[in-house]
Design a protein around this ligand. Sequence first.
Ligand SMILES: Cc1cc2nc3c(=O)[nH]c(=O)nc-3n(C[C@H](O)[C@H](O)[C@H](O)COP(=O)(O)OP(=O)(O)OC[C@H]3O[C@@H](n4cnc5c(N)ncnc54)[C@H](O)[C@@H]3O)c2cc1C
Length: 351
Amino acid sequence: MKNVDAIIVGQGLAGTTLAWTLLEAGLDFVVLDGKSRTSASEVAAGLMTPITGRCFAFHPEWDDNWRIASRFYRSIEKRINTPRFFHHVPMTRLFRSDSEALEFHSKAESRLRGAVSCEPATDDPRLIRDFHGGFQMPGGQLNVPEYLSRSRDWFQQSNRFLPVNVELNTPLTIREGRVQLCELDLSARWIVYCTGFVPSPAEFLSPIQFNPARGEILDLEPAEISLSQVIHRGIWIAPQPLDAIRVGATYEWNDLSDVPTPEGRQWLLNRLAEFFAPETKVIGQQAAIRPTMHDFHPVVGIHPHLPNVGVLNGLGSKGSLTAPRLAQALVGQMLNQTPIPEKDSLSRWYN
Ligand SMILES: Cc1cc2nc3c(=O)[nH]c(=O)nc-3n(C[C@H](O)[C@H](O)[C@H](O)COP(=O)(O)OP(=O)(O)OC[C@H]3O[C@@H](n4cnc5c(N)ncnc54)[C@H](O)[C@@H]3O)c2cc1C
């Protein structure tokens, strides 16, 4: 039987980032993922921004998340000696109307000033129509598919990855303080569930209440432009390899399938046509489910009643930004019993 410190269930942003963080802490692992549906990580644009939404909400933990994420992704690029998959990218937020511009400038007088420059990167009419001004903010973009596939290759080559799905509703076998997956001949001190949203979680994780939000994206080929910045205006437009662009995203709480819809496609094309001038051709469309919680906080920690079970989930729509900090927090709890802040903790679901 192969003995490791941790079995990680799921190789999305959460599982991959946890695996590298464990390795940095000197712990060994095996990651299991059989890929039965399109995951949130596969469709994510990997954008990281300090200010989001209609109300210009400033992410309260931006500084810590950004510092930890930037260092983390750079260190993994170096470790596996790969071309960069994480980039600092200018982020432009365009206003939808003059009244929205006024609202922003009243906020910018106080806390937003300093985080942003009030000059938008572009007012080029060949790129943008219906221009009402905007602002620029610092930010980054993780090429998530590249990060996941390069990591998976590395895990596979070092015998740390198996392409299998774990049966979530089979009772866990725990002997002498270790979890055993006998059918895979694996034993570990911890099993950590990084499954994103799943309709039927393991019985012992059933108190966790998700508010999953389905999202669709389009991949487009724009005529005669090469986009070098990310543009936000209700939707986002992000540069992709080979001069393609990705546009997203819809939010939908009733249909939880991963099948793209004609309605999703039309909604995105209509929003795009409001301000993006170039002609475009659709070259791809995908849908997946964001693992979002009712209180919008992640779910991290060791199970309060099962010391061999951990969880890293609930990354919502900010997985690229928050996964490195949250994985660090989880490994801190696994190794040193460092408490997870209550708002993010798995144990809050068992009080
Ligand atoms: C349309 C859309 C756009 C987004 N854009 C952004 C963005 O720009 N920036 C950003 O930061 N975030 C974005 N997100 C959010 C981001 O995708 C998520 O926060 C993140 O991907 C969640 O990662 P995860 O690993 O928790 O879950 P997932 O990506 O869902 O991964 C879970 C993995 O677990 C595996 N798994 C599940 N069950 C089992 C099992 N029983 N056995 C083995 N393996 C299993 C699955 O196959 C999957 O690979 C977006 C999401 C969507 C849907």
